[in-house]
Ligand binder design. Structure first.
Ligand SMILES: [Zn+2]
Length: 280
């Protein structure tokens, strides 16, 4: 697949082209890397990590998914975080899925469901799908446009991958706190239209500060907010972590190891815990 970006097709000066390429973070070096990527090699590597996948030969999706998995692993290794990885990743045209959002960039199915049209197969939870309806070669301008509209809260090009994977991290944390049936019930209930309506009535003014998509339901709220914290914690040139993304955030419990948590816990939280009768 030829990786071309709209920013390279216009008649602007070289300097302008470079500026456009950098806006959402995709550097010329990365563009070159994507051009030369071996999708099969990435597939095998992810398979080896216990993540079955099919990218339909899409270089951008394969490269972006691989980079995001690597990034999460590096966070976990360097900062004692506990960010889980998707159970599987598939590229598919969403017209083949039973979904209310056929034009979405990605979906992470939070509950076991018959997701494939015309098939009775139950798809397990925490599988990530990316929509091949979109031209992923334009990942950079797409990120810019979505950010400009306020749909998402960052213009970083890896956002679609990071967003879907944080759904997995959220659900895994819930499953560590409640049994599977309870989590499934919570998800189904929270996504009911009247529930999301009440949710927006109660918290919409504050949640809209994250981005528009964060208003969809509570699960989208987390998967819109958490990526911003992750993205703010990486070196955009090397795509390597530079700090722990969760210190002093609502995600500290569950996503940071206990030892790191007590060593780095900010003073207001220490005081808050004591005030609330938590003395550990
Ligand atoms: Zn989402």
């Amino acid at each position: 697949m030829k990786v071309t970006f709209s920013s390279q097709n216009n008649n602007s000066s070289k300097l302008q082209k470079q500026k456009i390429a950098f806006e959402a973070g995709l550097t010329p070096k990365m563009i070159e890397e994507i051009r030369n990527v071996d999708v099969l090699e990435i597939s095998k590597r992810l398979e080896g990590k216990g993540i079955p996948n099919d990218f339909q030969g899409n270089k951008v999706l394969a490269w972006g998914s691989d980079k995001t998995v690597e990034l999460f692993e590096q966070f976990n290794e360097r900062f004692g975080t506990n960010i889980s990885l998707p159970k599987a990743i598939f590229a598919i045209n969403f017209k083949h899925l039973n979904t209310e959002t056929p034009h979405a960039y990605g979906i992470c199915n939070l509950t076991r469901t018959k997701l494939i049209k015309g098939s009775n197969e139950i798809i397990p939870s925490r599988i990530v799908f990316f929509n091949t309806e979109h031209n992923w070669d334009n990942i950079n301008p797409i990120a810019d446009a979505r950010y400009a509209k306020g749909t998402i809260g960052t213009d970083f090009f890896l956002y679609p991958m990071i967003h879907e994977y944080t759904h997995v991290a959220h659900e895994d944390y819930l499953l560590s706190q409640f049994d599977g049936k309870t989590v499934a019930k919570k998800i189904t209930s929270a996504k009911k239209p009247y529930k999301t309506f009440i949710y927006r009535m109660k918290y919409g003014d504050r949640i809209s500060q994250i981005c528009k998509n964060a208003l969809i339901d509570p699960f989208e709220t987390i998967a819109c907010d958490m990526p911003i914290r992750l993205i703010n914690s990486i070196d955009k040139e090397t795509l390597k972590p530079i700090k722990n993304p969760f210190v002093g955030t609502p995600y500290e419990k569950g996503l940071i190891s206990q030892e790191y948590s007590y060593r780095k816990r900010p003073l207001p939280e220490i005081l808050g815990n004591i005030w609330n009768g938590k003395f550990d």
